[in-house]
Write a protein that binds this ligand. Structure first.
Ligand code: ADP
Length: 741
């Protein structure tokens, strides 16, 4: 049930009373604390016009009935001193009064007033009937009120939720202002509503949102001179204020032309609330309705709630604007310093920050002092800071920067040229340059003070909260720059050392390689001789040797062969870095075919099946690629183990900018613990007796990595082994300077 339904109840009540006594006039007055009296809520038999809308508390027979909570019969109200003098009922001659309280379980909701022609008061029966109607009315009114209240609260809550939802979604203050204006008008069933913003410098109020049917000249951008209108009162008093008619309200000041333009309006009841943010009035919300409307407490509270929402919206929009421009500035600055940090010294970096900070805060003098050996040393300055900060070093606690360093807190000073804490040399320079205000900000890295930023202005105003925030941002920006510069220095220093070490290492490796090469080479010749002589000995003098002697010779031969293999491998290994051959397109299928032919004896002896899967061409030094596949393939055959049907798969897959090659077998496998070990030189697993030197995989790894690839194995013991390596496509070509794509 809403207000309209309450009205229906009241109409029914008065109609019932009237049907009881058609010669009487009845009126229903409800207690209305907001209006300060008994408000006329329903009448029958006599037009409401001309009747008092609100009988103030304490006046008239109505009040007597409400006070005594009892029915009251007055034979002639013209003679009763308690009646309101010159009461309307004298005119139609309805001077007999009968009043009954509308009493809802002890709470007086209102009074039923009835006026009868003289000498025809209601009979006892009629009185009893009127009493019953009053009782029913009490129940109905109370229910209607409760429901209406609940209804209203719900709507208010919904509307507020809606507005704050809008606040969360949109940061456009105008959109939200309009939403607030519409909502509050709808909620208070008012004919119009306005939102004003205060102009920052002038005291004027300007309409920024208009809702409802207001005078046609009432759009956005209407200016109310400072303090005028009821909105002006709200702004001045910082209170929610209301008036049933602003034209007759003594508090409302209106400039003559504005008054003239508003005079014809029928909606002159106004409820106005100030928009307050952080203790600052930034505008007003104004609600207008039919002249005479008395706004209730609840409605005032609602207006205040909506005004708060609007104020918040404006504030947020402002903050967003400020912070996004500030952020953009800082980001631009950060970008610049990021680029420059590689080439600039800390001093010039801080100089740049000082400059941007100075320009933003309208200061001609900004400087940094950094902590060095326990003193604050000027490092980075802008404007005339050079002349002002004429003492290069300050002790902690000395002058204002020293105090900031000591306390670690920002310091804002008003009359700097006369401040006794400033050292005389500085004071003199400040006075000559006409500086008045000083702001110092500690520069900290992770809570540790590293310096002080100082800003001087010739302004008469103190530094604002916003200025402080900006200065703090620059101080932390400086901290980051200093840290970056230090890190950069540390990194570049470290890099240089690493570079040195790498060069050294390379030289040593090259030396080692050439040593290995020459040693292997030199060893090879006598070894061949040993092996050859052993062969000759065995052939020519074998018959003269006994079995044991022949066996020793055979072992000598085998060992010499093993040593030869080893030397061959070592030679191959040391050759990798200095391959003179140029890279070429290597057809892998052909290459593997060739290898199969070469290893045919071994393959057949073990009965290994070799499958070539997908293959692509590789670009590289043929002998090296051959070596890689040869070593992997011969390992796969050597370590086939007892498998009844040993097989090897070889393939190469195009993976975009590199090729992934593999050699997979189903042999004895390698336990994961040894997966990286086996690529080291001379590392062999001793589980199987197989000819080998422990150099093969080291060679493979070295070739693959020299080409810019990577090698790894996937295997488990007894599960076969899969060796993978990547072989770059374009990289290899570029390095080789071969034909481009
Ligand atoms: P080797 O001359 O001993 O074969 P490698 O460097 O080629 O030297 O291999 C090192 C060790 O890695 C081998 O001794 C062997 O134990 C293990 N290995 C290499 N390839 C395989 C494979 N396909 N299956 C099982 N073990 C392997």
């Amino acid at each position: 049930m809403n207000e309209i339904e309450l009205e229906t109840v009241l109409t029914q009540v008065t109609a019932a009373l009237r049907s009881l006594r058609p010669d009487a006039v009845c009126a229903l007055r409800l207690v209305d604390p907001d209006a300060g009296g008994y408000r006329l809520a329903g009448t029958e038999g006599f037009p409401a016009a001309g009747r008092i809308l609100v009988v103030p508390f304490g006046e008239g027979l109505t009040h007597v009935v409400a006070e005594t909570r009892r029915p009251l019969l007055v034979e002639n109200n013209q003679r009763d001193p308690r009646a309101i003098p010159g009461h309307w009922s004298a005119v139609p001659g309805l001077t007999t009064y009968y009043g009954v309280p509308i009493d809802a379980a002890g709470e007086i909701l209102g009074v039923i007033n009835m006026n009868f022609p003289p000498s025809t008061p209601p009979t006892a029966d009629e009185q009893a009937s009127i009493g019953m109607v009053a009782t029913q009315a009490a129940v109905a009114i109370r229910n209607a009120r409760l429901l209406a209240e609940r209804d209203e609260r719900c709507r208010a809550a919904e509307a507020l939720a809606d507005v704050s939802g809008a606040l969360a979604q949109s940061l456009d203050a105008d959109v939200i202002a309009q939403r607030v204006a519409d909502m509050v008008r709808h909620l208070l069933r008012a004919s119009g509503s306005l939102i004003f913003r205060s102009r920052p410098d002038a005291e004027e109020l300007v309409t920024v949102a208009v809702s409802g049917e207001l005078a046609p000249d009432f759009g956005r951008g209407v200016v109310f001179p400072g303090g005028s209108g009821l909105a002006g009162v709200a702004v001045r008093t910082r209170q929610v204020v209301a008036t049933p008619d602003f034209l007759t309200d003594a508090r409302v000041v209106l400039p003559p032309d504005l008054r003239r333009s508003l005079e014809p309006a029928a909606d002159r009841a106004v409820l106005a609330a100030p928009l307050i943010v952080q203790d600052r009035v930034i505008g007003a919300l104004s609600i207008r309705d039919q002249t005479g409307r008395v706004f209730r407490d609840r409605e005032r509270a609602l207006a205040r709630a909506f005004a708060d929402q609007a104020a918040l919206a404006f504030h947020n929009a402002q903050v967003l604007k400020e912070s996004s421009t500030r952020q953009a500035q800082l980001e631009a600055l950060l970008e610049v310093t990021r680029e420059l940090s590689a080439i600039q010294s800390v001093e010039s970096l801080l100089g740049m920050i000082a400059e941007t900070c100075g320009r933003l805060l309208d200061s001609g003098s900004v400087g940094f002092r950094l902590l060095a050996d326990g003193e604050l040393v000027v490092t980075g300055k802008w404007g005339d800071a050079g002349t002002i900060m004429n003492t290069r070093r300050l002790k902690i606690g000395e002058s204002l920067s020293g105090i900031v360093a000591l306390t670690g807190e920002p310091l804002s000073v008003t009359d700097i040229a006369n401040d006794p804490r400033v050292i005389p040399a500085h004071r003199e320079a400040l006075r000559r340059a006409g500086y008045k205000r000083w702001l110092g900000m500690p520069v900290k890295i992770g809570g540790r003070l590293v310096g002080v930023l100082s800003i001087r202005t010739r302004r008469d105003q103190d530094f604002s909260e916003g200025d402080l925030a900006i200065a703090a941002a620059f101080a932390s920006h400086a901290a980051i720059s200093i840290e970056n510069a230090r890190l950069y220095e540390a990194i570049t220093g470290k890099n240089a050392r690493l570079q040195e070490q790498a060069t050294e290492l390379e030289a040593k490796n090259a030396e080692l390689d050439s040593f290995a090469y020459s040693v292997s080479h030199d060893l090879k010749a006598p070894l061949v001789t040993i092996e050859g002589l052993a062969g000759v000995l065995l052939e020519d003098y074998g018959s003269q040797l006994d079995e044991r002697g022949a066996h020793y010779l055979q072992r000598l031969q085998a060992n010499a062969r093993q040593l030869e293999r080893l030397i061959g491998d070592l030679l191959a290994l040391s050759r990798i870095g200095r391959e003179a051959r140029s890279p070429e397109e290597v057809n892998l299928a052909d290459l593997v075919d060739g290898l199969q032919a070469e290893l045919a004896g071994l393959i057949q002896a073990r009965g290994v099946k070799i499958n070539i899967r997908e293959v692509v061409d590789l670009w590289g030094i043929r002998t090296q690629i051959e070596q890689v596949f040869s070593n992997l393939l011969s390992n796969a055959i050597k370590y086939a183990g007892e498998n009844a049907s040993p097989s090897v798969e070889i393939g190469a897959i195009d993976r975009g900018d590199l090729i992934e090659c593999y050699v997979r077998d189903n042999g004895i496998g390698i336990a994961p613990a040894y997966h990286s070990k086996i690529f080291e030189i001379f590392q062999r697993l001793k589980e199987v007796e197989a000819e080998g030197t422990g150099v093969g995989l080291a060679i493979v790894k070295r070739i693959v990595e020299a080409a810019g690839g990577r090698i790894w194995v996937e295997s488990a013991k007894g599960q076969g082994a899969a060796f993978y390596f990547t072989w770059p496509k374009s990289g290899a070509k570029e390095r080789a300077g071969g034909p481009g794509e």
